[in-house]
Design a protein around this ligand. Structure first.
Ligand code: ZN
Ligand code: ZN
Length: 410
């Protein structure tokens, strides 16, 4: 039997864009010097892809789920479980999970600051005071994340996630009482309301907060959870596709998706999640991971950040950085590898947020029907042999080219 084909899926977060006036009506990708992107397109098959469906504005989490072959409309109920998994928490089917902030409230539970003065130190100690509580038979698991952020997991029988937020999302407003929409969610809301009150009682007593107040800082005296979601039982990537998968990412949200699907998580030294990240090191880890995995998903974050900042020049520069990384990746990936390069959504600098525009995609490797496209870009790829398709179909296309697809019918 011939060597099993491997696949590397490189996802440039938020790379898709719209024509930018200051770039001569080119997109940042089209304006960038990108010899390796273009070589990839010239030797591969190209197209454009709707990450979820035409016109739907994707989150990074829902689009990654879709590319991995999981319909986000059936398995995604909120950002909470993915955030919690992304910071290394053990989230199990049936758990209700939340993103959370350390915040500041006054004695009347009116929010003074949703981020506790952007607290940076000591949140681990604060989290410990809350982790492991039990409320009405429900286990409370709480862990700090970066800066003022954390995640909350509630574990118990018969919990629902259809509840309203406690976090009022603005200062000067009293925290809300969470309401449940159905019987199971009412139970969750009741536990959550008690948890928030307990968090205020316990955090307020800690010496760390007394110290903060003495130094003129806001105390982190409450937890403000939001974005409840319940983890649905989801078959692993290996069970679903028969592929040993690995993920390289720069942010917790993407690691969260990967962890929930059972991919191996690879951390890269020098990866920062910012525009200053070590792209070379990321590219090297990605091709190294191909040696003992069938499928490697690699996300680089920079384009999305520049897009949210509305900075076309920074976005173009970062794309040029990805281009040099791509050169090395193409060299090392070898001839038994399928290389797929795309974005998880567009983050146009003119919008400074995600848009529903389709993204360019190129598939390069043995067996692909090389088309006439010789430039990698939003418009040029649209003329390619893959036409326009949805993200949920990507894994099937990849498996077919890897000779891993099961025949449907006789
Ligand atoms: Zn994204
Ligand atoms: Zn974004």
């Amino acid at each position: 039997m011939a060597d099993q084909m491997r696949c590397l899926l490189l996802i440039c977060d938020g790379m898709g864009d719209r024509p930018v006036n200051q770039l001569g009506d080119k997109t940042p990708l089209e304006a960038a010097s990108r010899p390796n992107f273009n070589a990839l397109s010239g030797g591969g098959v190209n197209g454009i892809m709707d990450p979820i469906a035409p016109g739907i504005r994707p989150g990074s989490d829902t689009s990654h789920l879709s590319y991995l072959g999981y319909d986000p409309y059936s398995c995604y109920t909120g950002r909470g479980p993915i955030e919690a998994a992304g910071i290394g928490m053990d989230v199990r089917p049936g758990d209700v999970a939340f993103r959370a902030n350390f915040g500041t409230v006054d004695d009347g539970m009116v929010v003074k600051d949703r981020r506790a003065g952007r607290i940076t130190e000591g949140t681990g100690e604060l989290a410990k005071a809350l982790d492991g509580l039990e409320i009405d038979g429900v286990e409370v698991i709480f862990k700090e994340s970066v800066a003022h952020r954390g995640a909350l997991v509630l574990r118990g029988e018969g919990l629902g996630a259809d509840i309203t937020d406690v976090d009022p999302h603005e200062p000067g407003v009293k925290i809300h009482e969470s309401q449940g929409m159905d019987e199971a969610s009412k139970k969750t809301a009741s536990v959550l309301n008690q948890f928030v009150r307990i968090s205020h009682d316990r955090l307020g007593e800690l010496s760390l907060n007394a110290e903060r107040v003495k130094n003129g800082m806001l105390p982190a005296n409450i937890i403000l959870p939001r974005g409840a979601g319940i983890l649905e039982p989801t078959p692993s990537f290996l069970d679903t596709h028969g592929l040993r998968g690995a993920a390289i990412a720069e942010v917790g949200l993407i690691y969260g998706v990967a962890k929930i699907l059972g991919l191996d998580l690879i951390r890269v030294v020098g990866s920062t999640g910012g525009l200053d990240t070590d792209l070379e090191a990321i590219g090297r880890s990605a091709t190294d991971a191909l040696e003992d995995h069938d499928f490697v998903m690699c996300n680089v974050k920079g384009c999305d950040i520049a897009g949210h900042d509305g900075d076309a020049g920074a976005k173009k520069d970062f794309i040029e950085g990805i281009d040099s990384m791509l050169g090395g990746v193409m060299e090392r990936a070898g001839e038994h590898s399928l290389l797929i390069v795309t974005a998880d959504h567009s983050t146009p600098v003119s919008i400074m947020d995600h848009s529903g525009d389709p993204v360019p995609i190129c598939i390069h490797g043995p067996g692909v029907r090389v088309d006439d496209v010789s430039e990698y870009g939003e418009r040029s790829c649209a003329r390619g042999g893959l036409g326009r398709f949805r993200g949920i179909d990507l894994i099937n296309i990849a498996k077919d080219l890897m000779d891993m697809a099961e025949k449907f019918g006789a």
